[in-house]
Ligand binder design. Structure first.
Ligand SMILES: [Zn+2]
Length: 297
């Protein structure tokens, strides 16, 4: 077992919770308008945004494979129109899990690395789950490198790649002129985030990317997290502060030459502890920080 896998396993043990839990048998799906015919759908997976134009729909993310049919029905309730574009903010199966079902019904759009990772599949150590290579119809048919722009009705949807944050293929979607940003998993409202180190993510990259988004939006923007309730710029700023505090805290421990075990025994400072109420608990977060900030691989 490599050092990375050892640390990865430590990160992953006990990673259980709503975001990556097995979907419940009875689908729990709700939808509500955010503003200007842009809607939020919440199921068991990541948050889904539907941009409704006059003749068609653009959808960002599509949840778990098990919920794909129900989510499709909900999307049709929101607006019974053709699905012109379906964006994957990243490859994870709670965000792009509906690709297999929805791929033949739409045009899948994502960053280059999303197509690559879906095409290759992987042994996802964090969840002890083998992700098989996706079927050709479940792969994005439009990919981009740095940024691209889509149009739906009155909305202009700018997709920008933010490198090596949650994964190495994250898109953040800026929906203008309605001032709505879908952060993908660069934001877990009020929780420590899951950072997928195995897929090229890093905590430092996430902090850098969140800072970049903060510089691009003002207080009027609605911030859609990957998981959790609709948020504001101030909430994103709080998350940024948590990330930078966590990083400097871990850097100090590492400079003292402490081991992961010793750091875990010390525990997080009090001001960071409330963030551990989600599915990434304190121990997972410490192990993620340790792996991300030490030259562990
Ligand atoms: Zn994710």
């Amino acid at each position: 077992m490599t050092l990375f896998s050892r640390i990865a396993s430590l990160v992953l043990v006990a990673v259980v919770g709503p975001a990556f839990a097995q979907p419940t048998e009875k689908p729990t799906i709700s939808h509500a308008e955010i503003r200007d015919n842009v809607h939020l759908i919440q199921g068991d997976g990541g948050n889904i945004v539907v941009v409704e134009g006059d003749r068609s729909l653009l959808v960002i993310d599509n949840g778990y494979p098990e919920q794909a049919a129900d989510l499709f029905n909900t999307i049709m309730e929101v607006g019974n129109k053709p699905l012109r574009f379906m964006v994957n903010t990243h490859w994870h199966f709670d965000h792009a899990g509906g690709n297999d079902y929805l791929g033949p019904r739409t045009n899948l759009v994502a960053h280059d690395n999303v197509r690559k990772r879906l095409q290759e599949g992987m042994n996802f150590e964090a969840f002890k789950r083998v992700v098989p290579p996706a079927a050709p119809h479940a792969l994005p048919v439009v990919t981009y490198e740095d940024s691209t722009t889509l149009y739906e009705g009155k909305q202009v949807i700018r997709l920008r790649h933010f490198a090596n944050g949650h994964t190495d293929g994250d898109s953040i979607a800026f929906i203008e002129p309605s001032k709505i940003v879908h952060m993908g998993d660069h934001l877990f409202a009020n929780w420590f985030p899951f950072v997928d180190l195995q897929s090229g993510g890093s905590v430092q990259g996430m902090a850098r990317n969140v800072a970049a988004v903060l510089a691009m939006i003002d207080e009027d923007w609605v911030v859609v997290p990957g998981h959790g309730p609709l948020s504001k710029k101030a909430d994103l700023a709080r998350t940024h502060e948590m990330l930078t505090r966590s990083i400097s805290w871990m850097e100090e421990r590492l400079s003292e030459g402490l081991s992961l075990e010793q750091i875990s025994e010390q525990g997080l400072p009090e001001q960071l502890q409330s963030w551990g109420a989600g599915f990434i608990k304190e121990a997972n977060w410490i192990a993620t920080l340790y792996a991300s900030l030490s030259n562990a691989d």
